[in-house]
Design a protein around this ligand. Sequence first.
Ligand code: CDP
Length: 228
Amino acid sequence: GPLTVAVDGPSGSGKSSVSKGVARRLGLAYLDTGAMYRAATWWCLRRGEDLTDQVAVARAVRVMPLVMGLDPSAPTVHVDGTDVGEAIRSTEISTAVSAVATNLDVRAELRRLQRAVIDAERTPEGYAGGRGVVAEGRDITTVVAPDADVRVLLTASEEARLARRSLDVHGTADAAAVEATKDQVLRRDRDDATVSQFHVAADGVVTVDSSDLDLEQTVDAVLAVVTQ
Ligand code: CDP
C-alpha cells in the first residue's frame, strides 16, 4: 500500500538531499515543507506585509495561491504563477522565515495544506500514483504526520551542519564562510525551536546521525529504516 515517510531535522542536517534521494529510490512523491514556509515569507514580503503583524500575515497566507511540484528529481514551488524556487533560497528569506514560521495561525494553515498533499499521495490521483510520499521539515514526525509509516529524525553535529550549510550558500566550507553562516543558522534554529521540537527524537522516531556519512550512505541508512 501507500507509504508515508516523515523526515525532520535542523538546518544543515542534509534532510532535503536525503529525502529527495529516498523518494527517488522508492518512487515516491517528495514534499519540502520548509519551502512552503519560505514561499509564505516570499508572498508576505511581496505584498508588503509587516511580518510582525500576526493577523495580517496569517490572513495573507490563507489566500496564498501555492502550488508545490512533488517530483523528487525536480521539485518546484509556484506562488501566484511565479516560479519562486530560487527566490525563496535568498538570504532575505532565510533571515525572515522564522518570523512567519512562528506564527501559529500560519502553521495551522500550512499544516492543513501539507496533510492534504500527504493524503492525496495515498490515492491514484497523486503525483506518485498512490505510492506515497516523503515529507520533510521540522514537525512532520511529531505534528503533521505522527501516524506516518516511517519517521526519521536526521541529526548531525553542529560542525557538520555548519560546514554543509556554508557549502550550500557560499560554495565553500573554509573558516571564513563557516563563520559567516554560523550566526544565521544558529539563530534560526533557536527561533524555530520555540515552536517545534526537532533536536530530540519523539517516541517511535528513529534517529539517523549523518555527521560521518556522505549523502549516499545517509540515504541507505534511511532506506534501512524503511525496510526494517
Ligand atoms: O534551510 P533549511 O533546510 O534549514 O530550512 P528549510 O527546511 O528550508 O525550512 C525553512 C524554515 O521553515 C525553517 O527555518 C523553519 O522556520 C520553517 N519550517 C517550519 O517551521 N516547519 C517545517 N515543518 C519546515 C520548515
